[in-house]
Design a protein around this ligand. Structure first.
Ligand code: ATP
Length: 205
């Protein structure tokens, strides 16, 4: 199974890297493909440019030293039109026609999945690996009644919750700390912190 991990990654942080390491550690995945988004649909426009966000993701992933197990894709960032997950999934389905694909997503983002373009079609193409995020109200926490490896009415195994002791780190916290010139050394890779400060991203200088 190949897992796609999309996000704004503004910037990528240890919370994301922990997810990647834990899921690969489970040996269920052949590969994780990290896909920084172009223009997000459901939130404010990212603060760092797509070029910087991609560079930061590449640095952090290189630092993990996991070789071919993790790939970074510029598919969404180099697209001219706004990117939707459904387009990305169709693109990767063409590249890997014989592989099962899944989409890694935090419980916060999953609670808004019905707002995603063609969310039903998306569910037919992939399964979701939902990561419980601490201190974030999730659809499960809100009483949606989700259980592990939930099946839709049609029996399609559309999502499963993963409890991997996710870290309570968000990109928002990191941007706030940087704007106050506080250290983010414990929150992301050293190479990422260096890149951000050298280029004065997020008002860090
Ligand atoms: P922001 O604070 O700017 O909203 P974020 O930290 O949530 O950003 P994103 O790039 O929006 O990061 O997240 C990409 C994906 O990773 C989303 O599915 C999100 O739910 C998930 N994610 C983000 N942080 C964590 C974390 N600490 N643990 C597990 N999953 C996470």
């Amino acid at each position: 199974m190949i897992a796609l991990f999309g996000g704004t990654f503004d910037p990528i942080h240890n919370g994301h890297l922990h997810v990647i390491k834990e899921l690969l550690g489970s040996k269920r995945f052949e590969k994780i493909i990290v896909i920084p988004s172009g223009d997000p649909q459901l939130r404010a426009v990212p603060i760092a440019s797509s070029k910087d966000r991609l560079a930061i993701v590449q640095l952090a992933i290189a630092d993990l030293k996991l070789g071919d197990l993790v790939e970074v894709s510029d598919y969404e960032i180099t697209k001219d039109e706004p990117s939707f997950a459904i387009d990305t999934v169709r693109y990767f389905k063409k590249i890997y026609p014989d592989q099962e694909l899944s989409w890694i997503i935090g419980s916060d983002a999953y609670s808004k999945i019905d707002q995603w373009r063609e969310s039903e079609a998306l569910r037919q193409l992939i399964s979701f690996i939902v990561i419980e995020r601490p201190a974030v109200e999730s659809s499960r926490g809100a009483g949606a009644g989700a259980t592990k490896d939930q099946e839709d009415d049609d029996g399609y195994d559309s999502y499963g919750y993963e409890d991997i002791d996710a870290l309570s780190i968000s990109a928002t916290d990191i941007r706030e700390k940087l704007s106050k010139h506080e250290s983010i050394a414990d929150l992301t890779a050293q190479s990422v912190e260096r890149y951000i400060i050298e280029r004065n991203l997020y008002g860090s200088a």
